[in-house]
Write a protein that binds this ligand. Structure first.
Ligand SMILES: C[S@@+](CC[C@H](N)C(=O)[O-])C[C@H]1O[C@@H](n2cnc3c(N)ncnc32)[C@H](O)[C@@H]1O
Length: 114
């Protein structure tokens, strides 16, 4: 769906982007199907307005670590600040509630464009 959006709107910008509990694809052989990867984050950071932010949350620790690693690489050549938090900055979504019910640890990453 997102891929279709960027094909149709090739000149979009946003101020805030929330990516909550995207499908985690936990099996290693399926990691390439994950929505949030290096290329996706690079595009989002480019499309984020100055002083805007991207907030990513997941209860899959491997996914979280991978996204953090990608943002740390991107930080070397983009003006961003990265903040790790365990608290949701907005509403509780369906899958966040599910994670709480299952007692899964939830991690959020906030990327602020400077
Ligand atoms: C586990 S659900 C989480 C739903 C909701 N964000 C929440 O926290 O309750 C994962 C969602 O990601 C959506 N999704 C997966 N790939 C996507 C893509 N390429 N573009 C947009 N949405 C996508 C799925 O349709 C599904 O609604």
């Amino acid at each position: 769906m997102f891929q279709k959006f960027i094909e149709d709107f090739n000149n979009y910008y946003f101020y805030q982007c929330y990516i909550f509990f995207p499908d985690p694809w936990p099996k290693k052989k399926h990691h390439k199907r994950r929505l949030v990867n290096y290329e996706f984050l690079k595009e989002l950071i480019f499309r984020c307005s100055p002083k805007g932010s991207i907030i990513f949350g997941t209860d899959n620790y491997n996914y979280f670590k991978n996204v953090k690693k990608c943002t740390n690489i991107l930080k070397k050549h983009t003006k961003i600040l990265i903040k790790h938090s365990k608290k949701t900055p907005t509403v509780l979504t369906k899958y966040h509630n599910r994670a709480i019910k299952l007692r899964n640890e939830v991690n959020f990453l906030r990327i602020d464009k400077i």
